[in-house]
Design a protein around this ligand. Structure first.
Ligand code: NAD
Length: 493
């Protein structure tokens, strides 16, 4: 049992602890606005103590053979599978997405645990015998030490697992600071980590918000920081961590365009695009946000996507038949309303039903209905800002060239997608679109765990991305050894 007086707890050096602070933040069920717990804001002194436990655990862990380091990860994979339904219910409760979406999220998280179990081969270095007579040269990958990840609210199960398995399999000690809005899923994951058999101090859970993050960013023993969240915070964390001499990889926000060509299959495109724009209530960093119709595609596509939006059933994500849940908070709901109101008064037009009409049985929930708008002026606030809600803007372009120009002008580069039945069009697009994740007839181009999650421009600050081989490089430093053993010292020759 990890909840004491509704407060989530930290997992410190193998034990559950109540943070020594009275400062807490409420956790909500966004479908009902009910307070379901409290997140303590762990103060700096306690952060320092937690980092020290990681420092103490590190030497023994980094000296543990990699084949042994991955054994608790194999166990964790099975524990996550065994508890996937319970984890998904927790995600729905605190984050609002549907049960099916939450199960899907956990599957993508588990995929990273599986990939990191291959660390014995992934971490291999390379060498050359006889770079000069009797001299050999080797490259080893060695772990950094203590590393941390600071994660957002929208994937409470998956995003911590973009980092955690790789960090520990490469021999680091890892501290997770989950979003203060959704800490319950991390509690559950750490209850499983407790059973998986990691030594104390190797994996720790630290709850809190800005103050807690700043203490990690300024701690000299924290060697690397992984971050996922909004662009302003990503920029801030990247600069503060780098100024303090740490490695940093910071994934930011997005505004993802989808180009629809006249030769795209109308039904498939609509189905996939509706899921991309309205799935998880539009709160995915890979959610389609702008549909750029080329030529005649506008006339086919507009009525189809409008109907698809209006037919979605809203409600609490664990209830049968619900297609879409709420957005995360009242603050988020108000922000989206503000953006829409200002855009509509500046000339944009709403094609779907009233975005603000209440959801029966969930009158207090933070819902925004799936919304399709058009006549959004390029360069306007609505066209440029990440909405992070279920709102899709339909724009028009005369040619593929114009559509690609529109994609490439964006300050973000998380994802760009194209729907077409022409291989040549697809090739031209993937060659020229300036975004790091590209979808061709795919609406959420989320890379598998063994590929990097490749945001560009203001969607990513750093060099090496999360997941796969990039994660191995991020969490290790290379050591090159040049070795001479003169013949006269050898008994063999
Ligand atoms: P957020 O930036 O508000 O918070 C993310 C994390 O940063 C949280 O753990 C929070 O406690 C911490 N934080 C917030 N403000 C801070 C500050 N001033 N100083 C230090 N730490 C701070 O993001 P969010 O609202 O939780 O998540 C939504 C955002 O995340 C969206 O912009 C979305 O696009 C982005 N996101 C990006 C990706 C990606 O892969 N690029 C994936 C998921 C989400």
């Amino acid at each position: 049992m990890t909840l004491v007086k509704d407060r989530v707890r930290n997992f410190v050096n193998g034990q559950w602890e109540d943070a020594s602070t009275q400062q807490t933040l409420p956790i909500y069920n966004p479908a009902t606005a009910e307070v379901i717990g409290q997140t303590p804001v762990t103060p700096q002194a306690e952060v320092n103590r937690i980092v020290q436990h990681a420092v103490d655990a590190w030497w023994d862990w980094r000296s543990t053979p990699v084949v042994d380091r991955v054994q608790p990860l194999f166990k964790l994979k099975f524990l996550l599978e065994e508890n996937i339904q319970d984890l998904a219910r927790t995600i729905t409760l605190e984050c609002g997405k549907t049960h099916a979406e939450a199960v899907g999220e956990m599957r993508r998280g588990i995929e990273n645990v599986e990939t990191a179990c291959g660390m014995p081969t992934m971490i291999q270095g390379y060498n050359n015998e006889d770079i000069a007579r009797g001299i050999d040269e080797h490259l080893f990958r060695q772990p950094l030490g203590v590393v941390t990840a600071i994660t957002p609210f929208n994937f409470p199960g998956m995003i911590p697992l973009w980092f955690l398995p790789y960090a520990v399999a490469t021999g680091n000690c890892f501290i997770l600071k989950p979003s203060e809005k959704v800490p319950l899923t991390s509690q559950k994951i750490f209850e499983l980590i407790e059973k998986a058999g990691f030594p104390a101090g190797v994996l720790q859970l630290l709850n809190g918000s800005k103050e807690t993050v700043d203490a990690l960013l300024d701690h000299e023993d924290v060697r690397a920081v992984s971050f996922v969240g909004s662009t302003p915070v990503a920029k801030y964390i990247y600069s503060r961590a780098s100024a303090n001499g740490k490695r940093a990889q910071c994934q930011g926000g997005a505004k993802n365009p989808v180009i629809i060509m006249p030769d795209a299959d109308p039904d498939m495109t609509t189905r996939i695009l509706a899921d991309s724009a309205f799935g998880c209530a539009g709160q995915r960093c890979l959610a389609a946000s702008i549909a750029v119709t080329v030529g005649e595609a506008y006339h086919t596509f507009k009525p189809l996507i409008t109907d698809a939006a209006d037919s979605r059933k809203l409600g609490f994500g664990s209830d049968q038949g619900v297609d879409m849940g709420p957005v995360i908070s009242k603050e988020s709901q108000d922000r989206i309303k503000g953006l829409l109101d200002r855009g509509l008064s500046a000339g944009a037009e709403c094609l779907t039903r009233d975005p603000y009409s209440t959801v029966e049985g969930h009158e207090n929930g933070y819902f925004i209905r799936p919304t399709v708008i058009e006549n959004v002026t390029p360069g306007s606030e609505l066209a440029e800002t990440e909405i992070f809600g279920p709102v899709l803007s339909v724009m028009r372009a005369s040619t593929l060239e114009d559509a690609i120009d529109l994609v490439n002008r964006s300050r973000y580069g998380n994802q760009a997608c194209l729907f077409t039945s022409s291989g040549a069009t697809a090739r031209a697009f993937r060659h020229r679109a300036r975004a790091g994740n590209i979808g061709i007839n795919v609406g959420i181009a989320a890379p598998m765990a063994f590929f990097p999650f490749s945001g560009w421009k203001d969607s990513f600050f750093g060099d090496l991305h999360a997941q796969g081989k990039h994660a191995v490089e991020f969490y290790t430093e290379t050591k090159v050894v040049v070795e001479r053993w003169p013949k006269e010292w050898s008994r063999v020759f």
